[in-house]
Design a protein around this ligand. Structure first.
Ligand code: NAD
Length: 365
């Protein structure tokens, strides 16, 4: 599909191509929806094989942010940016600052944050050129690493799923298998151990499994994690790991984890989980803690308030399950419906005053 057709089909409001040959910058900023507020989403730096690949990624990811923000109940729309390049080789201060000036040029329509290939330190550099950046370091008045809040939110989604499936939210004595013991997976394992859960885990990085083993996590080889007999399977590594080869192997009753885009093919794999009577806690509802964390930065960061916000994921996930039951639809469809209903409701308000929301959203630092 050509770019205009893609934008129309996916419903994007604006796409900005950013080029500064002096510093080697090639980037795309996509604002999917600003119905609920400014489009917030991280900047991904990745060595894309082509412009088309980068464009498809940024359009898909920014649309995902619209749904995540809508489901989380925050006053944000969806946006995302991609920088074409290898973060290990191509990232320079000049490149990040040039990118920051493009973010600034949108005057708050888009607010950035870190993502794959960018870090808190990078956000500090971008912040020299624009106020429209979150996820900056605590030393600079930001919220820093979002993963503890993401893990806490994921735990709330898992508790809601436990209540739905087992009749009570407690995870005490439940067996949970975590794929990926990185930033989020490690904190999730820690919360679960404190709650008295039996935790299995795997990672391809030996340092990360060693660190988790100290929490009492039983380490299994990465290729065996799908076969672990457990109550909950928690994907916390990569996307697309729920697919036609892995779903038949699962020996759990619930899938609830932090990884983005867990279903390889949404309709096929969402249906396959439902057909196996495995309760799927939709990823973008459960992993919104990081977004809630940076959202709090917009109003003056306070971790306790961010944690309170992430606790709300318990209720959001419960609403997804209620919609699924009421309308007899799979949970992945119910999550989309919940997000779309909120957007449609606000879109119907006239006149729209969200520009006021943008003005009040300027990060307070
Ligand atoms: P991370 O890179 O710190 O951790 C991912 C871990 O998965 C790494 O330790 C990696 O070695 C491991 N891994 C990769 N492939 C694996 C495999 N095949 N088997 C087992 N382990 C494997 O990333 P993170 O910040 O913990 O994020 C985890 C997931 O959650 C990602 O999908 C991310 O997009 C999503 N997410 C993260 C946040 C956040 O706040 N960090 C917010 C929302 C969503």
């Amino acid at each position: 599909m050509e770019p205009f057709e893609l934008m129309t089909t996916m419903g994007h409001e604006r796409v900005l191509l950013c080029s500064n040959p002096d510093v080697g910058l090639k980037a795309i900023i996509a604002v999917h929806s600003t119905v609920l507020g400014p489009g917030l989403g991280g900047t991904r730096m990745w060595p894309y094989a082509s412009f088309d690949e980068a464009l498809t990624d940024v359009l898909r990811l920014s649309r995902g942010m619209t749904y995540k923000a809508a489901a989380a109940g925050v006053h944000l729309g969806g946006g995302k940016a991609v920088i074409l390049g290898d973060p290990k080789k191509d990232k320079t201060e000049a490149l990040l600052r040039a990118f920051g000036s493009y973010v600034e040029s949108l005057n708050g329509l888009y607010i950035t944050a870190e993502d794959v290939g960018t870090s808190t330190d990078d956000m500090d550099v971008i912040a020299t050129e624009t106020a429209w950046v979150t996820g900056v370091s605590p030393e600079n008045g930001g919220s820093g690493d979002p993963s503890p809040v993401t893990a806490f939110g994921t735990l709330q989604g898992m508790r809601a799923a436990a209540e739905e499936r087992f009749g009570e939210p407690s995870l005490k004595s439940k067996a949970v298998a975590i794929q990926g013991l990185g930033n989020v997976g490690f904190h999730l394992a820690s919360y679960l151990r404190k709650d008295g859960a039996k935790v299995f885990g795997c990672d391809i990085d030996a340092d990360r499994t060693a660190r988790a083993a100290e929490l009492g996590v039983e380490i299994v080889p990465p290729d065996q994690i799908f076969d672990v007999a457990c109550d909950v399977f928690a994907p916390c590594a990569l996307g697309a790991i729920l697919n036609d080869t892995t779903i038949p192997r699962l020996r759990c009753q619930v899938v609830a984890g932090a990884a983005n885009n867990q279903l390889a093919v949404e309709a096929r794999d969402g249906q396959a989980l439902a057909a196996r009577d495995i309760l799927y806690a939709p990823d973008f509802v459960g992993n919104a803690g990081g977004l809630i964390n940076v959202y709090n930065e917009l109003i003056g960061y306070n971790q306790e308030r961010a944690m309170r916000g992430a606790r709300g994921i318990y209720g959001s996930m419960g609403r997804v399950f209620a919609i699924a039951k009421r309308e007899k639809i799979p949970t992945y469809v119910a999550a989309d419906r919940m997000a779309e209903e909120r957007i449609a409701h606000v879109r119907g308000l006239t006149p729209r005053h969200w520009s006021r929301a943008v003005r009040s959203s300027r990060p307070k630092r």
